[in-house]
Design a protein around this ligand. Sequence first.
Ligand code: HEC
Length: 174
Amino acid sequence: MIKGRTRVALLASALIGGALSGCAPSTEPQKEDTAPAAGAEGAYRTELSMAELMAHVLDHAADGVWLNQGWVVDDKGERELFPTTEAGWLAAENSAATVAETANLLLLPGRRVDDEHWTDHAHALHKASLEAMKAAEARDKQAFFDAGGAMYVACRDCHQEYILGEEPMSGPQR
Ligand code: HEC
């Protein structure tokens, strides 16, 4: 996963760290939700594991935001990564919308972890990606970049708690 982006690299190292850590808390979904469900809960199809949802849906959608924002300095000089066409901005907006809705998928019965922190993390991701969506719609580069940073913080905070088993962070980020 070579992205050349500091925060993506940090995310990757946090995940590798999580894989190596033997003391991560359980992310088993709620017991009652894994039983054959009656009523509305039985309507959900959650065969995709958390890891599959992350790797194939959420990470992919988040890349559609992160790879389309920021500034880089390399041997070609300084340049922007923001979209330069209407179609490019629309694709970035689509990706942010997909992240926002995927945050809801983390809360489905049968998938969510029965813990209020889990819900807080998913809501933080939802809020940041909605901001990214609005900023992309407004073609506001700085706001789009800032919202992408807030999205990253939401991913990182949840991984720190549920993969690495670290205490949740306090302060304005939550
Ligand atoms: C509400 C909590 C939560 C949020 C928010 C969250 N993740 Fe995750 N993520 C997890 C958990 C738990 C795992 C470990 C899943 C497992 O291995 O069973 C994980 C694993 C992953 C993986 C590794 C998947 C694999 O192949 O093993 C990637 C990649 C990932 N997340 C990307 C992201 C990105 C990108 C974001 C933000 C846009 C994000 N996650 C937000 C909880 C979260």
